[in-house]
Design a binder for this molecule. Structure first.
Ligand code: ARG
Length: 276
């Protein structure tokens, strides 16, 4: 009798183990090794398109090229949170998401707006910065371009694969869209009269208008509804939930402590000191 009881207990225990094993396997289709892999490599590899002052841009400091800016400061904080070094890889904007999904980088930090379309390919963090779209024009043209109609037949630039490119297609069907892979090239072409305007976000456009006040200005035209803002977010590979959690923790800390204002100020200082 006793032996029978014992055997039953053993059998039940075994069954329980099997069941636990099964349910564990069912917990996730793929194990999330996002943080484990970064810690193993001892480095967080971040992809960015460094053509975007004050968020990501190159400087030469003590003879060494570095990528700096608001996003890069955020990247450093994420690396610190994970206790690893930071490596920044400069990738042209149109290739950022595919390079992330090809495992070339662990995350993308590049003034990247969270969109429904991109959410099919990557996972996004909470948003860390909000912007609106505006039209950067040559100084003196700001009143000339006061409505969307006034842009018909004009050469309007936008960075390739961005939300700005989509906006030109949608809102300015009568304008000639000129897509380029770098924002810096678009700004040069605008200054050289190859373009009539460039769609940018207010943070970036104001930066050009302030830095080169004799060259550029923000046009009067209102491109979107007042409530239409874009939310910059960090992108990770689909399923990298643990990494997103760590990123969101850092974003929350930055917001709650009010460090974001200081970070932007620091980025602008670096810009005026090292970029001409
Ligand atoms: N926010 C826009 C987008 O997500 C433009 C981002 C451009 N970023 C850059 N580093 N050039 O499409």
């Amino acid at each position: 009798m006793k032996l029978k009881n014992f055997m039953q207990t053993v059998a039940l225990f075994g069954l329980a183990l099997v069941l636990v094993g099964c349910s564990n396997k069912k917990a996730g289709p793929q194990t999330d090794n996002s943080i484990k892999d970064i810690k193993k490599a001892k480095v967080l590899t971040v992809g960015t398109s460094a053509d975007f002052e004050s968020f990501e841009f190159p400087i030469v400091k003590d003879g060494k090229k570095e990528f700096v800016g608001y996003d890069m400061m955020l990247a450093k904080k994420i690396a610190d949170e994970l206790g690893v070094k930071l490596k920044i890889v400069n990738i042209e904007f149109p290739s950022l998401i595919s390079e992330l999904n090809n495992n070339k980088v662990d995350l993308v930090l590049s003034g990247l707006s969270k969109t429904k379309k991109r959410e099919k390919a990557v996972d996004f963090s909470d948003s860390y910065y909000s912007v609106k779209n505006v039209l950067l024009v040559k100084k003196g043209d700001q009143d000339k371009y006061d409505t969307l109609k006034a842009l018909a037949g004009k050469q309007i630039g936008a960075q390739q694969s961005t939300t700005q490119e989509e906006l030109v297609k949608k809102k300015m069907p009568d304008a000639n869209l000129v897509s380029e892979s770098l924002v810096t090239s678009l700004a040069t072409e605008l200054a050289n009269d190859k373009l009539d305007g460039v769609v940018l976000e207010n943070a970036t456009a104001n930066n050009y208008a302030k830095k080169f006040s004799g060259k550029y200005a923000v046009a009067k035209v209102q491109l979107t509804d007042v409530k239409d803002v874009e939310a910059y977010s960090v992108a990770v590979k689909k399923g990298d939930k643990k990494l997103i959690k760590a990123v969101n923790k850092v974003i929350k800390q930055v917001k709650d402590s009010g460090q974001d204002g200081q970070m932007l100020k620091e980025a602008q200082e670096l810009q005026s000191k090292y970029v001409n």
